[in-house]
Design a protein around this ligand. Structure first.
Ligand code: ADP
Ligand code: MG
Length: 339
């Protein structure tokens, strides 16, 4: 009998790993935009062709990378964000695994232009299927531009599984919406097939919600604010009068990341229960801030479920906060103001 175990070449290992991080164009948009935010960008432009199928380009005005870092960034497990496992518990960045760029470079044709403020020249790097094809100096603005062309060009089985442009586009906008709602002070611009289709100027949270959901939502927003030892909770909920049938805009965020939380959703619905009919749902935009070590941070990058240490107590706090805010709103006439 001969031995049968062998190591996979890097290119194949990277493609397999990429499958977990990058499922569709929306995953690329999410990873690139989060990197731009981590780099301190104030303005982020997202350029799409064919719903991201042929081009996803993210242009930021963040801190840029040195020529050596630019090349290093595409290695697996290459990150500037953590050095040890302990750092995970004091995490202030969105990324930390150092997998996104390596994964993207394994399944698409990637170009990077980047310049730090202190460098006279920028770096221009071309990569396809994990191989650096060229690196040269280039004159460019401060910040980073990453272009991702022909996603899954070398993984036909995955390319085939992409949905219609309409669906892929919807997924991209879902990601952008979640990110924009936790970064109201950052400017976002989306350009699709050479047309600007979204512009969100820097704003406060209430204004950002209005920018995204339309002017009509302004008059229905009630602010919530609660400060306890377990969590700070703030955000906006809608007046019961505006609850409607069918899908509403309902968002939970914890420490500035979007989460799904059916259990907390029940808490909100319990508070509304006496005020709306069973078939109606309210809009809500609710932000939790908790100590990082009271939630499980080491969850999979694409998962939106988070485990809280004090889930039952938080359920109660949330329910009471929403209930009291609704009660106060009913007691005092609301003041309308333009944003
Ligand atoms: P992670 O974000 O988990 O560290 P990534 O693969 O997404 O891993 O990025 C690798 C590294 O490349 C980052 O840690 C960061 O140092 C650098 N980087 C990526 N994108 C940008 C950007 N837009 N601006 C500046 N640096 C970046
Ligand atoms: Mg990242």
């Amino acid at each position: 009998m001969t031995d049968i175990i062998h190591l996979l070449p890097d290119s194949i290992a990277n493609q397999i790993a990429a499958g977990e991080v990058i499922q569709r164009p929306a995953s690329v948009v999410k990873e690139l935009v989060e990197n731009s935010l981590d780099a301190g960008a104030r303005q982020i432009r997202i350029v799409l062709k064919d719903a991201g199928r042929t081009l996803i380009q993210v242009i930021d005005d963040g801190k840029g990378m040195s020529p050596a870092d630019a090349q290093m960034a595409f290695e697996r497990h290459a990150t500037s964000k953590i050095k040890s496992v302990d750092d995970l518990f004091a995490l202030h960045t969105r990324g930390f695994r150092g997998e996104a760029l390596a994964s993207i470079a394994a399944i698409a044709q990637v170009e990077l232009k980047t310049r730090r403020p202190e460098d006279e020249m920028g770096t221009w790097l071309k990569i396809a299927a994990t191989k650096v094809e060229s690196q040269e100096p280039i004159a460019c603005g401060v910040g980073t531009t990453i272009s991702v062309k022909n996603i899954f060009f070398n993984v036909p089985a995955r390319r085939k599984f992409l949905k219609s442009n309409e669906t892929e586009r919807r997924n991209i906008f879902t990601e952008i919406e979640r990110i924009a709602l936790v970064n109201p002070d950052i400017e976002f611009i989306v350009i699709e097939n050479d047309l600007q289709t979204l512009h969100l100027p820097p704003a406060n949270l209430r204004q950002r919600i209005v920018q995204m959901q339309g002017k009509n939502i302004n008059q229905q927003l009630i602010e919530i604010n609660e400060d306890t030892t377990l969590a700070k909770i703030h955000g906006y909920i809608s007046t019961p009068q505006y609850a409607r049938k069918g899908r509403a805009n309902q968002f939970f965020f914890v420490n500035n990341r979007y989460i799904r939380h059916p259990f907390f959703h029940k808490a909100v619905m319990t508070a509304y229960e006496p005020l709306i009919s069973a078939s109606e749902s309210p809009n809500y935009f609710i932000y939790f801030e908790v100590e990082p070590d009271t939630i499980d941070v080491n969850i999979h990058p694409t998962k939106t479920e988070v485990k809280f240490e004090n889930e039952r107590a938080l359920w109660q706090i949330l329910m009471v906060t929403v209930k009291e805010s609704l009660g106060k709103h009913n007691a005092i006439p609301s003041i309308d103001f333009d944003t």
